[in-house]
Design a protein around this ligand. Structure first.
Ligand code: ZN
Length: 401
């Protein structure tokens, strides 16, 4: 299978989980990245060549990870429940009497042999978050980590109905999350707004009710709706009424599409649901016309290399469709989906796309700016951030010379 060529069978290929990134020794250096002192960053024993660099002009080492970590970032594709650190999960499960599988270290809890078992663990995480203080804690913790990795603005998913099914009222969850957002902004300077996500495995009626609930209990921080969970068997048109209501009432709209579904799902999201951006979108490449249209229209795709590599595309990141998406002129931005649950973070997903996919610093710069374009910030802020961040990123790139 060539780069960017999608599997003939759109069903997920279940693979063992990825190992964390480790330094593994010397390897080739891409001419796109200037510098010295190459090393590789790999996944377990299967190294992907990633150079490290030393900035002799400054006299300080500037390695690839440091460069990518210092990049200012917009985050458009992270799920709150997927950000719970393993140690926090153990604490919350203990507090709220949720039984967890046996483990030696808390990190073991996030090792799953297949996708269904990942979903099972996610359900346990959801069940462990019960009161307003719990939501405050997990929100504050993920925003603290995000700020440490250069994220300055996040638009974050959470699933109101999944928590409500666990007996948590909408207001308890959303107000706890907002507590965390406000404290994180005070302490770390990061800003965050919320996307109420429809669990597409549920019924259309439940999705519609979720939008009604969001509208009946408005909060300044809740700016839009999304749609997540298993796409196969749950096409976007299933929730057209929920999206129509959201649009009529001024909520912004996005949806997971073409993660595990056909290219027509992107068309449905854009034309029927009124989505302004697409989460994932990999299988859009199956439709040449749709790909061309999205490129011409400047649709932003929020791509998550590591979580989707683990589940759909295998450990060889050179086979991930993100590379072909960029080659076809699609506007992609990079994010980390469910960071601790897939052993990643906002920087590691950039590391994952850099050398393995042949992207250079100018490409990375473009992906960051695409994140600004795809966000729901107001236009003056977008224009200002594009100017300011461009200068900032150029200065970082210069340190790689
Ligand atoms: Zn996602």
């Amino acid at each position: 299978m060539g780069v960017g060529k999608l599997p003939d069978n759109p069903r997920p290929i279940i693979l063992p989980r990825q190992k964390g990134l480790i330094i593994t020794g010397a390897a080739r250096v891409s001419p796109a990245w200037k510098g010295e002192a190459p090393a590789t960053v790999g996944m377990g024993k299967r190294a992907c060549a990633l150079p490290l660099y030393v900035d002799h002009r400054e006299g300080n080492p500037m390695d690839l990870s440091t460069f990518l970590k210092r990049l200012p970032k917009v985050s458009l594709h992270v799920h709150l429940a997927g950000t719970v650190q393993p140690s926090t999960l153990v604490a919350l499960a203990g507090k709220n009497s949720v039984v967890l599988p046996a483990y030696r270290a808390p990190e073991d809890l996030y090792h799953y042999p297949d996708f269904p078992q990942f979903i099972q663990m996610l359900d346990r995480v959801m069940a462990s978050i019960r009161d307003r203080a719990d939501f405050h804690r997990i929100t504050y913790e993920t925003l603290q980590q995000a700020a440490e990795h250069g994220v300055r603005h996040r638009e974050m998913f959470w699933n109101p109905t999944t928590h409500m099914a666990c007996g948590v009222p909408y207001a308890t969850a959303v107000d706890g999350i907002i507590d965390g957002i406000r404290d994180a902004r005070t302490d770390f300077g990061i800003q965050c707004v919320l996307i109420a996500a429809i669990n597409r495995a549920g019924t259309p009626e439940l999705g519609f009710e979720m939008v009604q609930t969001v509208l009946a209990q408005p909060r300044e921080e809740v700016v839009g709706i999304g749609m997540d969970y298993a796409e196969a068997g749950n096409p976007p048109e299933k929730f057209w009424k929920a999206y129509r209501l959201a649009g009529e009432r001024g909520l912004r709209r996005t949806a997971h599409a073409c993660e595990d579904g056909p290219a027509r799902n992107v068309e449905t999201c854009l034309d029927l649901l009124g989505c302004e951006r697409i989460d994932h979108g990999y299988h859009v490449l199956e439709d040449e016309q749709m790909t061309k249209r999205c490129a011409e229209q400047g649709v932003v795709f929020s791509c998550c290399p590591r979580s989707t590599a683990a589940v759909y595309f295998g450990q060889d990141l050179t086979r991930h469709p993100i590379r072909e998406m960029a080659r076809q002129g699609l506007k992609i931005m990079i994010d980390c989906d469910d960071p601790p649950m897939f052993q990643t973070d906002p920087t590691s997903d950039y590391v994952a796309i850099a050398e393995p996919m042949g992207f250079g610093p100018e490409d990375v710069r473009e992906f960051v700016l695409n994140g600004i374009d795809g966000s729901w910030l107001d236009d003056p802020t977008k224009r200002r951030w594009r100017r300011e961040w461009s200068r900032e990123i150029d200065a970082l790139i210069a340190q790689l010379d």
